[in-house]
Design a binder for this molecule. Structure first.
Ligand code: HEM
Length: 190
């Protein structure tokens, strides 16, 4: 199998985009496992840790494994690998988004989480779940064009976690922690 430049660049760029949320997830998992001090900011994660753990593990697998599915040589040169990785991606993506929807519905809200962010999470969380299922149904029908389109939509929604981090950074530096409206708009832009 001959690897082209794009076979390395595309996964590397996608993984770089997810470094902040994946790193934040690792810090949260370490805090939950190591019994970090409970504060008003993190109490909801300690009160019900399972969805957060599932969410972080599922999203991390989905983002990292998914990046390699975009390398043409790996996909075409090793279809068995693409298929096995695909099963893991479907499972991890569904775990990530369904646990995210669970937290949206049942976690107490952070002080700057408002109705706008709630609506965005419901919309994009369900859109990601539906896109994964439609991508799976398409490949079972051997419809590669639709499969690619739906899986790319699902992955793009997941990548929103990375673009949200980039979009928040200048706001943090200039104006500090965003309030309810600004946070909803920044998350929506991501
Ligand atoms: C697949 C890419 C995603 C990644 C990498 C990701 C990453 C994370 C991380 C690291 C946390 C923990 C934040 C913290 O510790 O403060 C988190 C929380 C959360 N995520 Fe995701 N997420 C992803 C997708 C989604 C989606 C699609 C939804 C939509 C339903 C979602 C909804 C949530 C919610 C509601 C929380 C809890 C927020 C809170 O109460 O502070 N996530 N996510």
């Amino acid at each position: 199998m001959v690897l082209m430049k794009s076979d390395r660049l595309v996964p590397a760029a996608l993984i770089t985009l997810t470094l902040v949320p994946v790193g934040a997830g690792a810090v949260r998992l370490a805090g939950l496992a190591g019994g970090a001090e409970i504060t008003p900011d993190n109490a909801r994660f300690f009160a019900s840790p399972l969805p957060a753990v599932l969410h972080i593990v599922g999203a991390t697998l989905f983002c990292i494994m998914g990046a390699f599915q975009f390398a043409p040589a790996l996909r075409r040169g090793n279809p068995g690998w693409h298929r096995r990785g695909g099963w893991l991606l479907i499972a991890s993506g569904l775990v990530a988004t369904l646990s995210g929807l669970w937290m949206t519905q049942f976690y107490s809200r952070a002080w700057n989480d408002g109705d706008l962010l709630y609506g965005l999470r419901l919309t994009f969380g369900w859109a990601m779940a539906v896109s994964i299922v439609l991508g799976f149904v398409a490949i079972k029908r051997r419809d590669v064009v639709r499969h690619r389109a739906w899986i790319m939509r699902a992955y793009a929604i997941g990548m929103g976690a990375g673009t949200q981090a980039i979009i928040h950074l200048p706001w943090f530096l200039v104006a500090g922690v965003p309030g309810e409206l600004a946070r909803g708009l920044l998350m929506g832009a991501g």
